[in-house]
Ligand binder design. Structure first.
Ligand SMILES: Nc1nc2c(ncn2[C@@H]2O[C@H](COP(=O)(O)OP(=O)(O)OP(=O)(O)O)[C@@H](O)[C@H]2O)c(=O)[nH]1
Length: 186
């Protein structure tokens, strides 16, 4: 939802700062950060989408090509948690079914918490998502959030490559020259 701290999380991670007087995101924005996973350099392209309803048709078009999606709510604002099922429906409709999904409860530095950690955890478990609580303001768990995603995506990529190049993954059946339609046409 708007105002949960998405832009602040991205800026904390990419620029190491908590921006004062952060205005609402208009449409989408993106930032890039190169990180090291194992011994490899990985360029993360992080798209920050506007939470406001009026930008929904723009933001929807960015879900499909994402490798990971982070759903953020504000732990001190119950309505932002109550909207999660709507965001999940949105993701199911517009994102790839294999996308890595992460649930984040932000603003844990606040002392007016409305959503207990366990409630967030249970929601994430029920919907097959990773779960983390963060504070963009205090920099709690922000690095961990993005690095965990980078790590997971690299593992996925390595597995896909291994399958692609390992001949044992192909079950090559012996064929006879006159069995296929093409050989018959020839
Ligand atoms: N206390 C506290 N405030 C935060 C935190 N993260 C963001 N905020 C504040 O929450 C407000 C909204 O932050 P944004 O990052 O602009 O929120 P957003 O989710 O990107 O909002 P949209 O761009 O409208 O979708 C700002 O006033 C931030 O200062 C946090 O971790 N703790």
């Amino acid at each position: 939802n708007a105002g949960v701290g998405k832009t602040c999380l991205v800026r904390r991670f990419t620029q190491g700062l908590f921006p004062p007087g952060q205005g609402a995101t208009i449409g989408v924005d993106f930032m890039i950060k190169t990180v090291e996973v194992g011994n490899e350099k990985v360029k993360l392209q992080i798209w920050d989408t506007a939470g406001q309803e009026r930008f929904r048709s723009i933001t929807q078009s960015y879900y499909r090509s994402a490798h990971a999606l982070i759903l953020v709510y504000d732990i001190s604002c119950q309505p932002t948690f109550d909207c999660l099922p709507d965001w999940l429906r949105e993701i199911e409709e517009y994102a790839s079914s294999k996308v890595l999904r992460v649930l984040v409860g932000n603003k844990i530095d606040r002392d007016d918490r409305e959503i207990p950690t366990q409630v967030g955890e249970e929601f994430a478990e029920r919907h097959n998502m990773y779960f983390l609580e963060t504070s963009a303001k205090e920099s709690d768990n922000v690095e961990r959030l993005f690095m965990q995603i980078a790590d997971d995506l690299m593992k996925q990529a390595r597995m896909t490559n291994a399958q692609r190049y390992d001949p044992s993954h192909y079950n090559v059946e012996p064929t006879t020259t006159d069995s296929g339609c093409c050989s018959r046409l020839n």
